[in-house]
Every structure is written in C-alpha cells, then in structure tokens.
Design a protein around this ligand. Structure first.
Ligand SMILES: [Zn+2]
Length: 164
C-alpha cells in the first residue's frame, strides 16, 4: 500500500518527524492515517492488493479517496473494497483518479455521465464547468452541491457541475 504516510508510520502508529510535519502542514489528516492503517490491515488479510492513495477528504459526510494510480485496487471486484471501506468508516466512499480533470470528474459523478467539460473565463479567473445529462441526475450518489464541493477540493480549482 502506498499512501501519504511512510510505511513505518503506518506500521508503528507513531508519526516520524517527516510525517508529523506533513500533518502540521495539513498535507495529511486523521482520516489519512486511519485509511492507511485500514488498507494495511486489509492487505495483510489479502483483501486488498497494490492499492495507493493520495488523500481522503470528508466532503459533507461523503468520503472521497484520491489516487494518481489505478482506482481498481481501491474499488475491488464489483466494488468489494469500497463496500469494506464504507462499512469501516460508516459513510459513503468514492474513489477518484486525479490523473487529469476529465478522469477525476468522471469518477466523481459515475455512474452518471459527463456530457461535456468547458473552461469558462471570468473576471475572477477560470472556471471549469462540467455538464451532466438530466436523465442521469438520479444516478448521482449524493446531491450536486456535495459533488461540486468535492470537485473543487480534489481538483483544487473552481469547478461548477451543471445538470442540463
Ligand atoms: Zn513517517
């Protein structure tokens, strides 16, 4: 398992100087530590293999796990790993690849589909607008505001989700 903490810290439960500094800087939080330990446990039981994550965010109660690697190991066969994580945290869990904006948005709103992504130029700066088809609205796992906030957080830019 690869995560934002080093392996030693996940194993020992005590943060080394490097990881402690990351925590002070807000690069890792309590949830990241919890997730890293949980994934390590699941790996030991052979329930997860080759998972890597960047961060886990709590967005209005929705847990969003981001990875630059493959989402597969964190999702599991038929969503088995997501269900395990969801049960442990007692929240809905979404796994998102941050490979690029399009992939991140697609993972975030799936199984609803993104119809198009536009960059809108505004006086205050750029805004990324993603259009979700109206017929897919009922497929969203939570409300649009939460998903939009999640998109803003994980992509670290202004994102607007619109149902059209
Ligand atoms: Zn460490």
């Amino acid at each position: 398992m690869k995560g934002p903490l080093c392996e030693e810290c996940v194993k020992s439960g005590i943060l080394c100087d490097g990881c402690a500094e990351k925590q002070r800087n807000g690069e890792i939080g309590e949830l990241d530590i919890q997730l890293a330990r949980l994934l390590q446990k699941l790996e030991q039981r052979d329930l997860v293999r080759g998972a890597s994550f960047e961060r886990i965010f709590d967005i209005n109660g929705l847990l969003v796990i981001t990875t630059k690697g493959k989402v597969g190991p964190l999702v599991g066969k038929g969503g088995r790993v997501i269900r395990l994580l969801s049960k442990e945290f007692n929240r809905k869990v979404r796994v998102v690849s941050t490979l690029d904006d399009k992939t991140a948005l697609r993972d975030l709103v799936a199984p609803a589909r993104i119809q198009g992504i536009n960059i809108v130029y505004k006086p205050g700066g750029e805004e990324t607008k993603a259009i979700i088809s109206r017929e897919d609205k009922y497929k969203l796992i939570t409300n649009l505001e939460t998903l939009q906030k999640a998109a803003n957080t994980i992509m670290d830019k202004a994102v607007v989700l619109e149902v059209k």
